[in-house]
Ligand binder design. Structure first.
Ligand code: ADP
Ligand code: MG
Length: 216
């Protein structure tokens, strides 16, 4: 794969900046239909990842995803900690020992999203992060299958993530804390859908910026 784990410090820094920049908005969403701790949870994980970022960048991708997943699971807390942690650990398991290319990474991501579904006993349409993760996984697999150029695949990924996040606004929450509020959840975007959209768009922006950058 053309992207190497040497990009990880930049990826982690950019995700951290994005979450800080949008902290007020994500917190307001989690306060509206959850308990308001989503950003604090994420920031604990990002602080731990920031401390490990140069160490992680020395690993290969599957080992890096495994370490990221374990760090997220042990530091984030909340429902999102085990779900985001599961995503990275499962991605690592699926990618281990494979030749990494767009197709195998798309496949690994799709399997990781299946693992998140299993872990959360949930699926698309329940007003969670899965409303972003599931369409993004499908888009990556579809784009890989037709060998869409990487720049187009990445650009479209951002749009798919935003559309997925927006789709949660009018949904009724049936999983997680928000489900306790029933009909009152309609009209609010899900906090986890917003954070996963922001993380995906931040990661994609770093990848796009490094797509055309001269080799170092
Ligand atoms: P908690 O709900 O424990 O306070 P967070 O606030 O960190 O944890 O994360 C809440 C987010 O986690 C929700 O906005 C939603 O996107 C996601 N989530 C919660 N439960 C589930 C589930 N069962 N399946 C998928 N995602 C879930
Ligand atoms: Mg919460």
């Amino acid at each position: 794969m053309s992207f190497t784990p040497s990009l990880l410090p930049k990826l982690i820094e950019t995700v951290t900046e994005t979450i800080i920049k949008n902290a007020g908005e994500i917190t307001a969403l989690d306060q509206a239909i959850g308990d308001g701790d989503h950003v604090t949870n994420l920031q604990r994980g990002l602080t731990a990842l920031m401390a490990q970022r140069s160490e992680i960048s020395q690993l290969d991708w599957p080992a890096a995803w495994q370490k990221i997943g374990m760090t997220v699971m042990t530091s984030v807390g909340g429902a999102s900690g085990s779900l985001y942690g599961t995503l990275f650990v499962a991605m690592s398991k699926s990618a281990a020992g494979k030749d990494l290319n767009v197709q195998s990474v798309a496949e690994a991501f799709a399997q990781a999203v299946e693992a998140v579904k299993h872990r959360g006993k949930s699926d698309v349409g329940e007003k969670t992060m899965l409303d972003v993760l599931v369409p993004v996984a499908k888009h990556l697999q579809d784009a890989a299958a037709v060998s869409l150029p990487l720049s187009a695949l990445l650009e479209q990924t951002k749009q798919v993530a935003i559309t997925g996040m927006e789709s949660t606004r009018d949904m009724l929450a049936t999983k997680g804390r928000a489900s306790f509020l029933g009909e009152r959840t309609r009209g609010h975007i899900d906090a986890g859908a917003m954070s996963s959209q922001l993380v995906i768009c931040a990661l994609v922006d770093v990848l796009l910026a490094n797509l055309t950058a001269p080799a170092q």
